[in-house]
Design a protein around this ligand. Structure first.
Ligand SMILES: [Zn+2]
Length: 420
C-alpha cells in the first residue's frame, strides 16, 4: 500500500508568513490558495510491536492524549481495534508540534485503515478502511530438478519465484508425490498461478490454477476447478480428484522418515525390540504440523513422555496423534474443529525425545495402524460430477495451454546444442 503521499495540500497563509520572517527576503507574492507544505511534517513508518494498542502507539509518538482519544473514537467506528496485529506495517505523519496529520495501519493484504483530520488544522478525524490497490496477474513458471537444482525449492528459486509457491505446489500434489524421497534428477514441473502485484511491496501469491509434475517418467496434472455447488478442488486430466481423505503426511513438505511403525513386541528376556506405534519424521523445531484430515480436537495436552501432544478425531473411526510439539497453534483446544491442512502446532522435542522430530500416530477403530500404509490406501475425493465434465474440460484445456507455454518447447533432457 503505502504510496507515500506526504506533500499535503493545506491552506497556509500562516506558514508562508513564518517563512518570510525566517529569511530576510522581500515579502513573497500573495500566496496562492493552496501551496505544498513539506518540511514541517515528520513521518514514521514501522511495524506494530507485539502486545501494543493504538492508544499506546500514538502516545509513544507524542500525540496528545485528547487527540489520541478522538482518533480512537473515529477509528473504532470502522475497525475493531482489538484486531491490531503485531508486525503489521503502519505509517504516522505529524506536524512538528506533534499534531496528527495522517495515520495508516495495514489490516491485511487487502485493506488498510486510514485516519486523517477532517480538514487542515482540525482536531476532528475521519477514519476509513481503504482497499489496497493491487493488480491480479496470471503467472507461470517451469523448472527442472537436476544437479545444480537438486530440490524442488532450488528448482523453483531458479525460476525467480519464491518458496511460498514451492510449498503451495507441494501441497497440490501432496496426495501423489513424496517430495522428499521420490523427487529425482530429470523431474520437471510447470505451474500456473495467480499473483497480486502491488507497487510498494513484494507481490503475494493467489491460488495455483494448474500444475504439472513429471516424476520418474510419470506425469501428474492438477487443474483447479469448482464443481457447481461444491468447493474448489484439484483434479487430474480425467476429472479424478487429487485430494485425499488424509494428506500424505502431517508436515507441509514431507520430511525424512526416521523411524517406522513396528509391531514387534519387546522380547521377554532380551528386552531389545519394542513396538513403535507410529512413525517418526525428522524435521526442524518450529516446522508447521498440519491436520491430515478434517476433524475435532480431542485433546491438546502436555505430559513428560509425549510432551505437547495434539489428538484429533476424524470421520470413519480414525484418530491421529501428534507428539513432542514445541507449541500448539492458536485455537487448538478440546472441541475445536480443524480443517485438513490447517496448522495445529510446531515440531519440537518436548517429552521423551532425543531431538526435534514429529512422532505421528494413527488409530483406526481404537487400534494403532501403520500410518504410511494407511495413508497410501486412503480413497481419493469425489471426481468431477458427470454433469460438470464439459465445464471442467474447458477449464482444463485452457490451463494445459498455459502450462505448455511455460514449459520449454524442446524436451529439457535433449542434448544442449551450442549456439555459437
Ligand atoms: Zn516415535
Amino acid at each position: 500500500m503505502w504510496r507515500l503521499r506526504i506533500p499535503r495540500l493545506l491552506l497556509v497563509s500562516l506558514v508562508v508568513g513564518v517563512a518570510a520572517c525566517a529569511t530576510n527576503e522581500p515579502p513573497p507574492p500573495p500566496p496562492a490558495q493552496d501551496v505544498f507544505l513539506e518540511p514541517d511534517t515528520t513521518r514514521v513508518q514501522g511495524l506494530v510491536e507485539p502486545r501494543t494498542t493504538l492508544d499506546a502507539m500514538l502516545r509513544a509518538h507524542g500525540v496528545a492524549a485528547d487527540v489520541v482519544g478522538t482518533v480512537i473514537e473515529a477509528a473504532s467506528v470502522v475497525f475493531d481495534l482489538r484486531r491490531l496485529r503485531a508486525a503489521q506495517p503502519f505509517l504516522l505523519e505529524q506536524a512538528l508540534g506533534g499534531d496528527l496529520r495522517h495515520f495508516e495501519y495495514e489490516i491485511d493484504a487487502d485493506s488498510y485503515l486510514r485516519v486523517m483530520p477532517i480538514a487542515a488544522e482540525a482536531d476532528e478525524f475521519r477514519a476509513e478502511v481503504v482497499p489496497i490497490p493491487k493488480t491480479l496477474e496470471h503467472g507461470v513458471a517451469a523448472g527442472r530438478i537436476d544437479a545444480s537444482t537438486p530440490s524442488l525449492f532450488q528448482a523453483m528459486d531458479a525460476t525467480g519465484e519464491r518458496a511460498e509457491l514451492t510449498l503451495a505446489l507441494a501441497q497440490v500434489f501432496s496426495g501423489e508425490i513424496d517430495f522428499n524421497s521420490e523427487v529425482q534428477p530429470g523431474d520437471r514441473f510447470a505451474v500456473a498461478f495467480e499473483r497480486f502485484v502491488r507497487d510498494d511491496r513484494p507481490s503475494i501469491y493467489g491460488v495455483i490454477t494448474a500444475a504439472e509434475f513429471e516424476n520418474d517418467g510419470r506425469r501428474i496434472r492438477a487443474v483447479r476447478f469448482t464443481p457447481p455447488g461444491g468447493e474448489a478442488d484439484y483434479f487430474d486430466d480425467e476429472g479424478h480428484s487429487l485430494q485425499r481423505f488424509f494428506l500424505r503426511s502431517p508436515l507441509k513438505f514431507e520430511p525424512r522418515v526416521t523411524s517406522r511403525y513396528s509391531t514387534r513386541r519387546m522380547h521377554p528376556i532380551l528386552r531389545t525390540a519394542r513396538a513403535h506405534t507410529g512413525v517418526d519424521y525428522g524435521a526442524p523445531t518450529g516446522a508447521a504440523v498440519v491436520a491430515v484430515s478434517n476433524g475435532t480436537v480431542v485433546s491438546a495436552t502436555f505430559d513428560n513422555a509425549n510432551g505437547r501432544m495434539v489428538r484429533l478425531r476424524h470421520a470413519s473411526g480414525y484418530e491421529t496423534y501428534y507428539l513432542h510439539l514445541s507449541a500448539f497453534a492458536s485455537g487448538i483446544r478440546r472441541g475445536a474443529r480443524v480443517a485438513q491442512g490447517q496448522t495445529i502446532g510446531a515440531v519440537g522435542s518436548t517429552g521423551l525425545a532425543t531431538g526435534p522430530h514429529l512422532h505421528y500416530g494413527l488409530k483406526k477403530n481404537g487400534a494403532w495402524v501403520d500410518p504410511l500404509r494407511e495413508h497410501r490406501n486412503m480413497p481419493p475425493g469425489d471426481p468431477v460430477p458427470p454433469g460438470a465434465m464439459e465445464a471442467f474440460r474447458a477449464v482444463r484445456d485452457a490451463a494445459l495451454e498455459q502450462l505448455a507455454a511455460a514449459s520449454s518447447p524442446e524436451p529439457l533432457a535433449a542434448p544442449i546444442v551450442a549456439t555459437r
